[in-house]
Write a protein that binds this ligand. Structure first.
Ligand SMILES: *Cc1c(COP(=O)(O)O)cnc(C)c1O
Length: 379
């Protein structure tokens, strides 16, 4: 028997309290009881997003939230500047193609963070209706400096909408959606929110809501204006994911009990401990500029079969981590440490990693990684 440790950068573990809330008998969504649940969740989301504005909840995975942003803010023929530094950056480019939006792709080497000088130069081209980016590029473990990007955009191209996929950032580290003057921020349920997949959340600035009312892109299910009218009255346009919403209310209660500052500090500590552990084992961290606190991407050492690492972690130790995607397949592996994760999860993962690497022929000193992680936690 092996206990299961979900240490992928999504989906992430779901606490018992949340599972219990989702297991309760289903209620109907056109009832006062549902409206009360929904209002509680809505207020919790405003707290999590640090906003006085409206956060729209959609029944979709995170990509549905990304699609909603493109479909509502942009029109066919518009130009969007896409910061593309990994698999999720590519998703923005693909969404633009699907909606007839011209993507001006700013390619960032996978593992790097966008350079402000390069961004400034690219904005000189002008005509960008929106800038589409990731806060944390889960495929490479790198993060972009959202605050700096927003500042540059406001200076160089004040009307460009700053659209941020914060799916592994919101609830992991600080993201001041209003103070930094962002326009759209998106997250999903199965990352920091400690829920199963199935909900996407979209916050828009007033400037973005105006753009949404002017967009000519085709949309129906993902029409944010229609949803906003319903959700402000604590109901939804379509049948909502009722059980997930019951879980969301509890997950947000748990997050409020912990407090935003403590949540950010916990994730920073988990990332520091994981980073210290793999470096103590002689491994290199993949991202070269800014590291996301949600996921640690690690270079596969010379002579080790990279694809075998996640498989062996899973089969021999019950620890689910992720491999690399596309060009990084077999070259990196990724340890997620976001959401319902604590120090004991990281220690179990590091212990399993030491055994796995040793089994795969990598020479290491047993216990080195564990000691480095413990040192971070004991501080
Ligand atoms: C998980 C994730 C998504 C959403 O993917 P879905 O599979 O649609 O939930 C989008 N962007 C980033 C950065 C992610 O980590």
């Amino acid at each position: 028997m092996n206990k299961h440790h979900l240490m992928a950068p999504g989906p992430t573990p779901v606490p018992h309290r949340v599972l219990e809330a989702m297991a309760r008998p289903l209620i109907h969504h056109r009832t006062r009881e549902f409206e009360a649940h929904f209002e509680g969740a809505r207020r919790g989301l405003e707290w999590l997003f640090q906003t006085n504005g409206d956060v729209i909840t959609l029944a979709a995975s995170g990509s549905g939230g990304m699609e909603a942003a493109v479909a509502n803010l942009l029109s066919p023929g518009d130009s969007a500047l896409v910061i593309e530094g990994g698999k999720f950056g590519e998703r923005w480019t693909e969404l633009c193609a699907a909606y007839g939006v011209e993507a001006d792709v700013l390619e960032v080497e996978w593992g790097r963070s966008v350079d402000m000088g390069v961004l400034e130069a690219r904005l000189e081209r002008g005509g960008h209706k929106a800038l589409l980016m990731q806060a944390s590029e889960t495929s490479t473990g790198a993060k972009h400096d959202v605050q700096a990007v927003a500042r540059v955009v406001r200076e160089r191209s004040p009307d460009t909408l700053v659209v941020v996929d914060a799916i592994t950032a919101l609830g992991v580290y600080d993201l001041k959606v209003e103070e930094w003057d962002l326009d759209a921020v998106i997250t999903g349920s199965q990352k920091a929110l400690m829920l199963p997949p199935g909900l996407a959340f979209v916050w828009l600035s007033e400037r973005a809501w105006r753009a949404a009312s002017e967009s000519t892109s085709p949309r129906y299910y993902f029409d944010l204006g229609i949803e906003r009218k319903s959700q402000m009255k604590n109901t939804t346009a379509w049948t909502p994911a009722i059980s997930l919403l019951a879980g969301l209310a509890v997950a947000l209660d748990m997050m409020r009990e912990e407090g935003l500052e403590n949540i950010f500090a916990r994730h920073a500590r988990l990332a520091r401990a994981t980073g210290a552990a793999v470096e103590a084992l002689g491994l290199a961290i993949f991202p070269r500029d800014l590291r996301s606190e949600a996921v640690t991407a690690v270079c596969v050492p010379e002579g080790v079969d990279g694809k075998a690492i996640p498989l062996r972690m899973q089969d021999a130790h019950g620890v689910t981590i992720a491999g690399g995607q596309d060009g990084l397949s077999g070259r990196i592996f990724r340890i997620g440490h976001l959401g319902y994760v604590d120090s004991s999860d990281v220690l179990a993962t590091v212990g399993a990693l030491e055994s796995t690497l040793a089994d795969l022929g990598y020479s290491l000193q047993r216990g080195c990684g564990l000691a480095a992680a413990q040192e971070v936690f004991d501080k």
